[in-house]
Structures are given as structure tokens and as C-alpha cells.
Design a protein around this ligand. Structure first.
Ligand code: UTP
Ligand code: MG
Length: 586
């Protein structure tokens, strides 16, 4: 059997990434790609420097032309230099864009992996409280936002930053006072940017969150489409969806509104006007010549890149960070279940004991109270009771799908919390009330708990589970791919596939939650035989309404409203429990 390194029952702290804040977390991912960062920075720096070469050389050209006897000889070399630098600039720009794209894509993949591993490691408590649609939104769109944050987002932020710096570096070569305009522009730019990002952050969070809840609703109504249609609720579901979609739209509009209020364009206009006036003033004083004024003006024009990109590149960054916050929140959400890696992990015999067990779901009142019973290895226990009595809850305590509130659940005399969780679970198989099948082939579904099982093994398990015959009726036999959620199989067929799984994994304790399936008598008979075969040689818990199955159990537990109403063998209960005897009389 292959062992998967990471999935653990609680959130695993992986030391290579810092998870204290979204920014640090993203940074700790980014820093693993040093050379890409260097590439992006060098590309951006070179690009900006070579862009600054153009106005400077154009200024020189003007001066050459304005000489009393124009020196046309310099024009060709100047033109060649400009051409050459711009080609080089194109190459550097390509490097910058390529680096940013690579970084974005790599991070997207890495973060998606990290999230997926973390999700598989979460407890059932987590999964039953966290809507699938919202998780999907985070795993797809929010992760994508992080990618977009790098390209185009941060790519342009870095690119435009150097465009902001170049005029500051180059202007003093004409006159020190010319530093004032680009410097003041930069200061005002960053100040307004800081304010802008602060206003934008909650709006970006709202955009991402509203998208998440829209997705939740969408996935739930598609998942439950049968129910929706069955109750003729399409219209009201559509209305609810439109409402959700409107919230997403409103959040985006609000974001656009904030973007529009960003004053960078105004600052740019002021800077150009003020800088030109300043230069002309110096020109009149004889401190600058024409070519220098032109060069300076050209340098100021470089500020249009940061101005233009700022309105949306920073939005992208803000959205990326909002996405990162949402993903990190999900990864960091701790559950109190401890996987106890150093716990006992020996071979299980299958003895089970409940000692005065009380259990409540998180934020709920007790659904099981003072349950005590003991089962020897290999025995069969039937759990019966009305719907909502707590049957499913009871068996889920065995493999620690949930942890009990008080009392003790013992397997082989050892508290289940003292077992290594992975070992405990690998020796207990649970066939759930609604059997989940993956959209994979039948044989993959059968071999789910035992990847790499040979075709012979799979087939003999299927035979033992009485599933072989119906599988053979499919055109592709064992290779038939099952539709999503197993819709192409009947309840009875699914149940037999699940039993087949159990045969393959050969657990010491088998749990069969069979309470709601209504099946025709021919199938019933087959399932009956499959279950008897599966129960042989292992401790088995059967939750069922089928009297035939109850009758041959070694121990019958009758639950009522979370408490044991009666307990014993069939014969005992027929004698002592009116409630039990009544079931058989009906
Ligand atoms: P169970 O799910 O254990 O009942 O829920 P059951 O006996 O198996 O019922 P059927 O036959 O399958 O229908 C017992 C109680 O626990 C609550 C339910 O509301 C019910 O009252 N419960 C169940 C939760 O609060 N949270 C859950 O996740 C599941
Ligand atoms: Mg149940």
C-alpha cells in the first residue's frame, strides 16, 4: 500500500511556509524562486533605464541641430543607439514579463497543492461546517487571483516603480533643482497610493467573499438540482442566484468606483505642467538649453507608465492579497482533532467497548447519552432505532470521525484517542448511508482503499460482494466510468460496490450504515448474502431496518433519542423488551 506523506487529521504546520499573515505567506512562497525575482527586477530596471535613454538622446539630437552650424553627423549614430537600446529593452521587457508569468503560474500551482493537501487533512468537523462551493471558489478563483497578482499585477508595479525612479535619477544631470517635480510627484504618488490601498482592501475582500457565497449557492443548487426540480423551486433558486450575482456585481462596481477616485492622473497632469513651467523658467534664466528642456520633458513623460498602471495593477495586487487571505484562513483553520502520530498502531483484533459515552456535535446538544456496551472480536452488532436516534453518530465515534464529549470508546481495550489515527482508520471500514462513488472506473472505485490491487483481486472482491454479475452487464465491464456521484448505479448496486471495497481492504471492523435503502427482494437477498460474507471473521456493526439482519446479530442495540432503550440478543430482547418485540410483531 502506498503511504501518503501529508494528510493528517489536523492542520499540519509545514515549516517551509510562514503562515502568520497573508503577505508573509505569499512572500515565503515567492522567496523560493530567487532567480525569477532577480530576473524580474533586472528586466524592469533595464527596461526603465533604456526607456530613459530615449529622451536624453533626443535632447542631445536637438542640441546638435540647434547649433549655428547644425552637426548632422551625430544623428545617425544617435538613431542607431536609440534603435539598439530599444531592441535590448524589448528583450529585457520580455524577461521581466516571462519571469512574472512564470512566478505567477508556479505560485498558483504550489498554493493549490498546499491547499489541497491541507483540505484532505482537515477533520470531518471542518468539512461538515465548510460549504463545498466556497472551498471550490477559494481553490480555483482565489488561487488564480494570486497568479494574476504577479502577472500583470506586481510585474507592472515593479516595472512602473523604476519608471518613477528614472526621472529622479536623470533630471539632476541637467539642473539639480529639476529634482523637485519628480521627487514631489513620487512622494504624493506613494502617499495617495497608501490611502488608496487601504480603502481598497475591504472592498477586495468583499468582492472575493461575495464571489465565494455565490459559488456556494450555485454548487448547492446544482448538487441538489433533483430536490430543486422536484419541489418546482427553480424560479426561487434563480431569484436567489440573481441576488447573489448582484452582490458580486455591486462589489465590483464599488471597486471600480474606488479605482476611479484614485488621483494619480491628476497628479500626473500637475507634475507635467509644473515640471515644464519650471524647466522653461530655468531656460529663461539661461540655466538650461533647449535640448535639455526637451530631454527633461521627455523624462517627465515617463511618469505616465506608473500613473496609467496604478489604477488597475494595484487593484490586482489588492485582489491577490484578498485571495491569499481567504486561502490562508482556510489552511489555518484548526480543528481540535489530534491525529496522535505516535499512538498505538498495531494490528487490530476488533474488540469494541463503549464506556458511558456522551457525544454532542459542535455547537449542538447531546445526541448520544450514557452509552455503554461491549463487543468481542468477530461479533456482529445491529444498531436499530428511529430516524435521528443517533445510529450514524454512534458508529462515527469508532473511527474518530468525531471525538466524543465524555466517556470512553475503546478498541482492543485501548482508548481510540490512544491509537495512531491513520492506523485506527485503516483497520476500520465504514460503508456510509449515502455511498459516494468517484467519477472513475468501477474497478478504480472498488480498489479505492487498496490502490494497485490486481484485476483478479478486484474481481473476487466484486464476486464476494455479489457485484460481479451486474458489473458484467455493462458494456465496458469493470472499466465502466461511473457518472458523477454514481448516478448511473442504483442504490443496491452502489451498496454492493461499497461492500466490494470492504472485501479488498479487509478491515478488522466493518461498519455498514444501511438504514435508509429500500431495495427489491431479489437484490435484498443478494445484499444479504454479501453482507453475511463480509461480516465473517470481523467485528461488524450494521445499522439497519431489515429484520432478517437484526435477528442473527450477536448484540442488538436499540437506540431511542440518543439513549439505549434496550440491548441484548434477539431472544433476550423478545422476552424482555416490549418495544423490541413490537418491531417484530408489526
Ligand atoms: P444521526 O445521523 O446519528 O441519526 O443523528 P440516525 O439515527 O443515523 O438517523 P437516520 O436513521 O440515519 O435518519 C442524530 C442526531 O444528531 C444530529 C441530528 O440532527 C440528529 O438529531 N446531527 C447529525 C447533528 O447535529 N449534526 C450532524 O452532522 C449529524
Ligand atoms: Mg443515519
Amino acid at each position: 500500500m502506498t503511504t501518503i506523506a501529508s494528510p493528517a487529521e489536523f492542520t499540519i504546520q509545514r515549516p517551509q511556509y510562514s503562515r502568520t499573515s497573508a503577505i508573509r505567506w505569499v512572500l515565503s512562497h515567492v522567496l523560493r524562486h530567487n532567480w525569477i525575482i532577480v530576473m524580474v527586477f533586472l528586466g524592469a530596471l533595464g527596461n526603465a533605464a533604456l526607456a530613459a535613454v530615449v529622451p536624453i538622446l533626443v535632447g542631445d539630437a536637438f542640441n546638435a541641430m540647434l547649433l549655428p552650424s547644425p552637426d548632422t553627423g551625430v544623428l545617425v549614430p544617435l538613431a542607431l543607439i536609440i534603435g539598439g537600446t530599444q531592441v535590448l529593452r524589448g528583450v529585457l521587457q520580455l524577461g521581466r514579463n516571462f519571469g512574472a508569468e512564470l512566478l505567477g503560474q508556479r505560485l498558483e500551482a504550489e498554493i493549490r497543492d498546499e491547499l489541497y493537501i491541507s483540505l484532505l487533512g482537515k477533520s470531518m468537523t471542518f468539512h461538515s461546517l465548510q460549504p463545498v462551493g466556497d472551498t471550490m471558489a477559494r481553490a480555483t478563483n482565489d488561487v488564480r487571483e494570486i497568479n494574476l497578482m504577479f502577472n500583470p499585477g506586481i510585474n507592472l508595479v515593479i516595472g512602473s516603480f523604476f519608471f518613477l525612479v528614472m526621472p529622479i535619477l536623470a533630471a539632476p544631470r541637467y539642473h539639480p533643482a529639476l529634482l523637485i517635480t519628480p521627487l514631489l510627484f513620487a512622494l504624493a504618488y506613494f502617499a495617495s497610493l497608501a490611502r488608496y490601498l487601504k480603502t481598497l482592501a475591504p472592498i477586495s475582500d468583499e468582492v472575493r467573499a461575495s464571489f465565494g457565497s455565490m459559488n456556494t449557492h450555485l454548487s448547492e443548487s446544482l448538487d441538489g438540482v433533483e430536490t430543486v426540480k422536484g419541489a418546482a423551486q427553480e424560479d426561487s433558486e434563480v431569484e436567489r442566484f440573481i441576488l447573489n450575482a448582484k452582490r458580486v456585481r455591486d462589489a465590483f462596481v464599488k471597486q471600480g468606483d474606488t479605482e476611479a477616485r484614485f488621483i494619480a492622473f491628476l497628479l500626473y497632469g500637475i507634475a507635467i505642467a509644473a515640471g515644464l513651467t519650471h524647466a522653461l523658467f530655468l531656460f529663461r534664466e539661461g540655466l538650461l538649453n533647449t535640448g535639455q528642456v526637451i530631454a527633461y520633458f521627455g523624462l517627465l513623460r515617463m511618469l505616465d507608465f506608473p500613473t496609467f498602471t496604478s489604477s488597475w495593477a494595484y487593484t490586482q495586487v489588492s485582489m491577490g492579497l484578498a485571495g491569499a487571505r481567504r486561502i490562508l484562513e482556510l489552511i489555518n483553520r484548526e480543528t481540535d482533532l489530534d491525529q496522535n502520530a505516535s499512538g498505538y498502531s498495531g494490528e487490530m483484533k476488533g474488540e469494541v467497548e463503549f464506556k458511558d459515552v456522551t457525544f454532542a456535535y459542535p455547537d449542538g446538544s447531546a445526541v448520544l447519552e450514557n452509552i455503554s456496551f461491549k463487543v468481542k472480536p468477530g461479533q456482529t452488532v445491529a444498531v436499530v432505532g428511529q430516524t435521528g436516534a443517533g445510529k450514524t453518530s454512534l458508529v462515527k465515534l469508532l473511527n474518530r470521525t468525531y471525538d466524543i464529549s465524555s466517556g470512553q470508546v475503546l478498541v482492543d481495550g485501548l482508548d481510540v484517542r490512544e491509537w495512531n489515527l491513520a492506523s485506527l482508520r485503516s483497520q476500520i471500514s465504514m460503508i456510509e448511508q449515502d455511498i459516494f462513488l468517484f467519477s472513475r472506473s468501477i474497478s478504480d472505485n472498488l480498489a479505492f482503499g487498496k490502490p494497485g490491487a490486481g484485476q483478479d483481486e478486484v474481481e473476487s472482491a466484486a464476486r464476494a460482494a455479489q457485484a460481479h454479475d451486474f458489473i458484467e452487464t455493462f458494456e465496458n465491464g469493470y472499466e465502466t466510468v461511473i457518472g458523477e456521484r454514481g448516478v448511473t448505479l442504483s442504490g443496491g448496486q452502489r451498496q454492493r460496490l461499497a461492500l466490494g471495497r470492504a472485501f479488498l481492504t479487509d478491515p478488522r471492523i466493518l461498519i455498514l450504515d444501511d438504514s435508509t435503502s429500500a431495495i427489491d427482494s431479489a437484490t435484498e437477498d443478494k445484499i444479504q448474502r454479501a453482507i453475511s460474507a463480509a461480516a465473517r471473521g470481523r467485528t461488524t456493526f450494521i445499522i439497519t431496518h431489515r429484520l432478517s439482519q437484526i435477528r442473527w446479530a450477536d448484540l442488538i442495540i436499540v437506540l431511542r433519542k440518543g439513549q439505549v432503550a434496550a440491548m441484548g440478543s434477539h431472544d433476550e430482547l423478545m422476552r424482555t423488551s416490549d418495544a423490541y418485540a413490537r418491531i417484530f410483531r408489526e
